[in-house]
Structure formats: structure tokens, C-alpha cells
Design a protein around this ligand. Structure first.
Ligand SMILES: NC(=O)c1ccc[n+]([C@@H]2O[C@H](COP(=O)([O-])OP(=O)(O)OC[C@H]3O[C@@H](n4cnc5c(N)ncnc54)[C@H](OP(=O)(O)O)[C@@H]3O)[C@@H](O)[C@H]2O)c1
Length: 225
């Protein structure tokens, strides 16, 4: 059974993608920091006769990635990676704390880069595979009170576009996904968005992504932007 590893699979978009990929017959490796959330997703997959395992992982921690991915590379038939885990801190740029800035860069940018580097050798050996980078419309254009988040997402865009060129013809596909607002826990500790219920559901966005996976770039604009 081919395995797809999804970071941030315990909630929001990552969870919905995990459920849909499971229905397509993939084994899921559900990665994130909160094991309780991942356990619930694993249970939901198994209740629908799918297969999933949990990977407790903080993608800001390079040592944690190296140690755990070494074992995973041997144990599973890795086919795909979804770099979905991401965080956002919003507000006037001058008020961003050093901690907020480094957390966004370490999670959104370095986490994505390190996870990709940890998995690429396996895919390269096999000559096929798929890496899906969940970006945001914040990776397409600047936005007020989102400067550092936008910077982190532009970085992932540049990273993805470069690897698309570098690995052309290798059999490994890189997908860049740019979506507008989604109604997920992402906004729970923020006042930046007043009513997240007007956004698309993560399930709706996950369905669109799965249907457009033959494309290297998927853009899903907000319904009400
Ligand atoms: N919601 C939106 O409006 C929106 C719009 C465009 C793009 N996006 C992007 O979509 C992606 C998914 O976000 P979402 O909306 O589904 O939000 P979410 O429900 O908050 O999901 C993010 C997941 O990432 C995990 N995570 C955060 N930091 C992590 C770390 N250091 N290591 C491992 N896992 C970590 C979180 O779980 P733990 O805290 O348990 O680790 C959480 O399950 C993000 O990249 C986000 O930037 C969101």
C-alpha cells in the first residue's frame, strides 16, 4: 500500500485531505504535534476501512524530522508528502514579536523545506512520487497585516516553483496550492478574521485539490474575498 505523509493532519485541510486520500486507497501517515487530534483522524479513517498511522512530529525541529524520517523511509512505501502544517500571526508588522516571526518562518518555510529534503531521496530512488505544498493566496499577493505570513508563503512558492524546474522529467511531481480563506481552527486565536464561517469549508477545498491534482498549480480563490 502506498503511503502519503500529511503534516498538520489532525485538523482543518490536512484532516480532510487525509480522509479523501484514504478513500483513494492510500495508507496515511498523519503527522502533527497533538496526538489526540491525530488519533481521532486515524479512527475516522479506520472506521471507513482505511489504514493510517500517527507520526508525532514538530516540523520546526530538524533533529526530530531526521530521526523519525529515517525509520519511516524503511518501514513504509512512501509515495507522497503534503506539506500542509502552517501557522499564521496577523496584525500590524511593527507589533509582530520575534517569537511570532520565527515561529512562522520555522514552521511554514523551514518545516516545508526540511520535510521535503527528508523525503525526496526515497521518491528519487523509485523515480516517482508527489509533493503537494499547501501555500495560500498569501503566496500570490501581499496583504495588509499579514506581512510575515505572506513572506513565508512567497518563500514556499519560490521553493516549489524551483523544484518543479529542478526535478522536471524525474517522475516526481511538485504541486503548489494557493487557496483563499477556509473555515478551520487556523483562525481560532486571531481577531484578523471576523467571521470565518463565510469561508469555504476545508472539505470543499480538499475536494477541489484532489480533482485538480493533474495540474502543477492549483488556485482556489475565496468565495467572498
Ligand atoms: N484557514 C485558512 O483560511 C487558510 C487559507 C489559506 C491557506 N491556509 C494554509 O492551510 C494550511 C492548513 O491550515 P488549516 O487552515 O487547516 O489550519 P489548522 O486546522 O490550524 O491546521 C494546521 C495544522 O498544522 C499543525 N501544525 C502547526 N504547527 C506544527 C508544527 N510545528 N509541526 C507539526 N504540525 C504543526 C497543527 O496541529 P498541531 O498544533 O497539533 O501540531 C494543525 O493541525 C496551512 O499551511 C495554512 O497556512 C489556511
Amino acid at each position: 500500500m502506498k503511503t502519503i505523509l500529511i503534516t498538520g493532519a489532525g485538523s482543518g485541510l490536512g484532516k480532510e485531505l487525509a480522509l479523501l486520500f484514504s478513500k483513494q486507497g492510500f495508507h496515511l501517515l498523519l503527522a502533527g504535534r497533538t496526538v489526540e487530534k491525530l488519533t481521532e483522524v486515524k479512527q475516522a479513517i479506520e472506521d471507513s476501512s482505511g489504514k493510517a498511522d500517527i507520526l508525532s512530529l514538530d516540523i520546526r525541529n530538524n533533529q526530530d524530522i531526521s530521526n523519525k524520517l529515517q525509520e519511516i523511509r524503511q518501514r513504509y512505501d512512501l509515495f507522497g508528502l503534503v506539506n500542509n502544517a502552517g501557522i499564521g500571526h496577523f496584525g500590524p508588522f511593527e507589533k509582530m514579536t520575534e517569537r511570532q516571526i520565527s515561529d512562522m518562518v520555522e514552521t511554514n518555510v523551514l518545516g516545508t523545506i526540511r520535510m521535503t529534503q527528508a523525503i525526496l531521496p526515497v521518491l528519487q530512488k523509485k523515480g516517482n512520487g508527489q509533493i503537494i505544498n499547501i501555500i495560500s493566496t498569501a503566496g500570490l499577493r501581499g496583504k495588509v497585516n499579514e506581512a510575515v505570513y505572506v513572506a513565508s508563503k512567497f518563500a514556499v512558492r519560490g521553493f516549489t516553483e524551483s523544484l518543479q524546474k529542478e526535478y522536471e522529467g524525474s517522475g516526481i511531481q511538485f504541486k503548489a496550492v494557493y487557496m483563499g480563506g477556509m473555515d478551520t481552527p487556523f483562525w481560532d486565536e486571531s481577531t484578523h478574521v471576523s467571521d470565518k464561517s463565510r469561508f469555504r469549508t476545508p472539505n470543499e477545498v480538499a475536494e477541489i485539490i484532489i480533482h485538480q491534482l493533474d495540474q502543477s498549480e492549483i488556485i482556489i480563490e475565496s468565495k467572498n474575498s
